[in-house]
Design a protein around this ligand. Structure first.
Ligand code: NAD
Ligand code: IPM
Ligand code: MN
Length: 354
């Protein structure tokens, strides 16, 4: 197949990990006889420095005309958080402009990496959960006000925005253990009371085979580390999903391991690790690229329909982990480049994908 893929490295470790993701894409293409046309573009702080805008028109146009977007990370101390124009605005605008309302963040624990997590290994056995985070609404996108002495951020949701993301979670739950945990703060927030009602209605009417439970977000944050293996699909609003998934990355062993897919009504999705630009380690060549490479697997699966290739990439990451090619966040000494190369090698020696 021929596919056009926009490659947006961004800032800090973003370009470092995306380089390895792109190499894996090219290895998949070579092996399967596909043609992937990769085109790089500026976003975030790098784009502000060169154009004054965190999401230049040319980058948005490229993303619109691509089959998928591979994204690294944006942000850094050079640009904020109080600057008038900030890198984060570029990513938020991209999600919003492309209508990417559902952000899939899977969390699994590789038993070989259980020691990298501060949690007890017996709690981590069998962890396999998927957070479906609403991505284009809520407090991130409501009206903001600011004076010298006061500030406000409006959190609003429409029933339609909730319905469509719960529907994504329901469909995914059908292919898994059919258990949905809807996370809200319905004891305090009006948006959460609407969220709970709509989740209840959509799951009852459209996914009667799924079991639905509601959890308050504070308690959920606790249960995630107390009994993580009990969760299957979690569905939640934008900010709760942001926070809970950084927490959930501790189950896997490092935030550098977690991938994500941001999907909308069309096939054109954005794929990025859940971590940020990691200014504390940027430029040292030690960032973990596995979350980005697992995001490449999600890109192959969700935007290109290449399930066999996606599974092959996931197996190749597992093989690299089994060979103990681990970056320092996982207790190893491998560089970003060595970890990426180990995945490419594992892919190349695996039997051909059908
Ligand atoms: P961060 O995720 O960048 O880093 C948190 C910690 O995790 C740091 O110690 C970092 O070194 C470590 N870490 C992150 N990714 C890693 C990897 N791949 N390998 C090894 N270690 C890794 O979060 P932060 O420091 O709070 O944010 C830094 C900047 O990134 C901020 O400007 C923030 O807005 C931005 N950010 C961007 C995205 C994104 O582009 N999607 C996501 C989160 C944060
Ligand atoms: C993420 C990040 C972003 C978010 C920031 C950088 C806008 O934390 O992708 O998780 O909050 O969504
Ligand atoms: Mn985040």
């Amino acid at each position: 197949m021929i596919a056009r893929i926009a490659v947006l490295g961004g800032d800090g470790i973003g370009p470092e990990v995306v380089r390895e993701g792109a190499a894996v894409l090219l290895a998949v293409a070579a092996k399967g006889g596909h043609r992937f046309e990769l085109t790089e573009a500026l976003v975030g702080g790098a784009a502000i420095d060169s154009t004054g805008q965190p999401l230049p028109e040319a980058t948005l146009a490229l993303c619109r005309s691509s089959d998928a977007i591979l994204f690294g990370a944006i942000g850094g101390p050079k640009w904020g958080p109080s600057a008038p124009v900030r890198p984060e605005q570029g990513l938020l605008a991209l999600r919003r402009e492309l209508g990417l309302f559902a952000n899939l963040r899977p969390v699994t624990v590789n038993p070989r990496l259980a020691a990298a997590s501060p949690l007890k290994a017996e709690l981590l056995a069998g962890v396999d959960l998927l957070v479906v985070r609403e991505l284009t609404g809520g407090i991130y996108f409501g009206e903001k006000t600011r004076t010298a002495t006061s500030a406000s951020d409006l959190c609003s949701y429409s029933a339609g925005e909730i319905e469509r993301v719960v529907r994504v979670a329901g469909k995914l739950a059908l292919g898994r253990r059919k258990k949905i945990t809807s996370v809200d703060k319905a004891n305090v927030l009006e948006t959460s009371r609407l969220w709970r009602e709509v989740a209840e209605r959509v799951v009852k009417a459209e996914f009667p085979d799924c079991q639905l439970e509601h959890q308050l977000v504070d308690s959920c944050a606790m249960q995630l580390v107390r009994r993580p293996a009990d969760f299957d699909v979690l569905v939640t609003e934008n900010m709760f999903g942001d926070i809970l998934t950084d927490e959930a990355s501790v189950l896997a062993g490092s935030i550098g391991l977690l991938p994500s897919a941001s999907l909308g009504a069309g096939g054109n999705g954005l794929y990025e690790p859940i971590h940020g630009s990691a200014p504390d380690i940027a430029g040292r060549g030690i960032a973990n690229p596995y979350g980005t490479i697992m995001s490449v697997a999600m890109l192959l699966r969700h935007s290109l329909g290449l399930e066999a290739e996606a599974a092959a990439v996931e197996r190749a990451v597992n093989a690299a982990v089994a060979e103990c090619v681990l970056t320092p966040d996982l207790g190893g000494t491998a560089t970003t480049g060595e970890a990426g190369a180990a995945v490419v090698r594992a892919l190349e020696r695996a039997s051909p994908t059908p």
